[in-house]
Design a protein around this ligand. Structure first.
Ligand code: ADP
Ligand code: MG
Ligand code: ZN
Length: 484
């Protein structure tokens, strides 16, 4: 039996990401862009593709496209040119999609990934990001296909990444990094569930060290970033098995089957010529003056990579906390608003990361759903610092504040948690506890069993209904016990 020499293959991956823009109206008509409306209620002669209807360009969509391009360090074209991409499908009423072929709005960009497989930051090229319109939705029911054209004509930006990724994990990091960047721009919902973020994955393998790329598959129907990773793993394994056993691959478009966890062929990959691209005759060119580009650039927020470095450097936060905050722009903004009121990042961070994070998680909510203000949270931290709340009652007050939106002191008083400076009450509680446990814990403590102290502090706290600072109670009880 001949022993096959195993070749060491290296995966090559490039991703195409479609981002639905959340403009008020569609790309070439005045119909509203909205999800979940009755089928075909958001349509007009233009997006229905009726003969004679003429498109008009949505300037907001171009501006959102420029925003995305700039955030990805792209060059921005001096003019917008649209092309027709011809193909036939029930959800494409015109028989063509208006897209951009040879002159993408944005090109030659890059995305920096925080870490790669080698543990080093890595640059992935962004080949282009172009504007196009979305198709409608085909709904397959038994033997029949229904068509909903509400989505037809929704503006999209397609972001084409270079063939620079070398593992499914890097592809996953690319997607999370890209999504995080885009989330700062406010141009899309970025929901894979609702289809406002979609990804096709291209993958091939080649013998390590070989410059030429191998034959690729393009995988569609990927509903989550995890699906992208799993589908790539499957496909790399499939390619490897075919090539190791001396077979050959053909360029294909394949579908990911989420239930069977496998890809299967859909069609052999079409070539650009199959689409018979030509310039859209119903639309002229649109100038993109440099002044417009610079205005958009000036309006960009600080992007996550830069913000992360600032949170690590200036605020001295741990990496996990900083990543968590920066991952959600609203949360990071909230955190910075708190720091503006109380310049103590390391004291504020656990409240925003752990407590607020847990609250959002438990409620499956986003920050704007809560009524918590930075002022309220800072006040809470100050009450805790001043010894008017302890670690336990402060968390109770926090949870109430998150829903009531009331100031910390108001909540603390309403819940009767505020530690008033009534030393008489504290002293009485200690005296009661010492009397109650005279022969038990008190005797133990006198005999040097320090563990008894915790018990006595707990009992005193209970008598005070939590309205005391255990750090103060401990020494007081010890002093009282040691008195002859
Ligand atoms: P097409 O015009 O067929 O869509 P592109 O050249 O635009 O092809 O590439 C589409 C995507 O496929 C890009 O993200 C690119 O990085 C990726 N890609 C191209 N060639 C390969 C390859 N041999 N292996 C893996 N990915 C590839
Ligand atoms: Mg493509
Ligand atoms: Zn319309």
């Amino acid at each position: 039996m001949p022993s096959a020499t195993k070749i060491d293959f290296e995966p090559v991956i490039g991703l195409e990401v479609h981002v639905q823009l959340k403009t008020a109206s569609k790309m070439f008509c005045g119909c509203a862009v909205r999800f979940g409306e009755p089928a075909n209620s958001l349509t007009c002669p233009v997006c229905l593709g009726l003969p004679g209807a003429l498109p008009m360009v949505n300037k907001q969509a171009i501006e959102y496209g420029i925003r995305i391009g700039l955030a990805l360090n792209c060059q921005i074209a001096h003019r917008v040119k649209f092309d027709r991409k011809n193909y036939f499908y029930p959800d494409l009423p015109k028989g063509f999609q208006i897209s951009q072929y040879d002159e993408p709005l944005c090109f030659d960009g890059e995305l920096q990934l925080p870490v790669s497989d080698s543990g080093q930051p890595k640059i992935c090229r962004i080949t282009r990001a172009h504007l196009e319109e979305d198709a409608g939705k085909s709904i397959h029911m038994g033997a029949s296909t229904l068509v909903d054209l509400n989505r037809a004509g929704t503006p999209l930006v397609e972001i084409v990444g270079g063939p620079d990724l070398r593992s499914p994990e890097e592809a996953y990091i690319y997607l999370t990094t890209l999504k995080r960047n885009l989330s700062y721009l406010g141009v899309s919902d970025l929901s894979m569930e609702k289809g406002s973020l979609r990804c096709d994955a291209n993958v091939s393998i080649r013998p390590r060290g070989q410059a030429k790329f191998g034959t690729r598959s393009e995988i569609k129907n990927l509903n989550s970033f995890r699906a992208v990773r799993s589908a790539l793993e499957f496909e790399i394994k499939r390619h490897t098995e075919v090539l190791q056993s001396g077979g050959s691959l053909t360029q294909q478009t394949r579908l990911w089957d989420e239930d069977k966890l496998e890809t299967r062929p859909l069609r052999s990959k079409e070539e650009a010529t199959d689409y018979r691209f030509f310039p859209e005759p119903d639309l002229g060119f649109f100038d993109v003056p440099r002044q417009w580009v610079e205005t958009v650039r000036a309006s960009l927020p600080e992007l996550p990579e830069k913000r992360l470095l600032r949170f690590l450097g200036d605020f001295k936060l741990g990496r996990a906390d900083a990543e968590y905050l920066v991952g959600d722009r609203a949360l990071a903004d909230f955190f910075e608003a708190c720091i503006g009121l109380l310049d103590n990042p390391r004291k504020i961070a656990p409240w925003v990361v752990t407590e607020l994070g847990r609250e959002l998680n438990d409620r499956n909510a986003a920050l704007p759903d809560l009524r918590l203000t930075p002022e309220a949270l800072v006040e809470l931290v100050q009450l805790l610092d001043a010894g008017k709340l302890n670690n336990i009652t402060a968390k109770e007050v926090f949870r109430d504040m998150a829903s009531s939106g009331e100031p910390a002191a108001v909540v603390a008083r309403r819940l009767n948690k505020l530690i008033e400076q009534d030393h008489g009450e504290v002293d009485r509680a200690i005296a009661d506890v010492l009397a109650e446990f005279k022969d038990a814990a008190v005797a133990d403590l006198r005999a040097g069993k320090q563990a008894a102290l915790g018990f006595l502090v707990g009992q005193a706290m209970r008598k005070l209904r939590g309205k005391a600072n255990p750090k103060e109670l401990g020494p007081k009880i010890e002093a009282a016990v040691k008195q002859p």
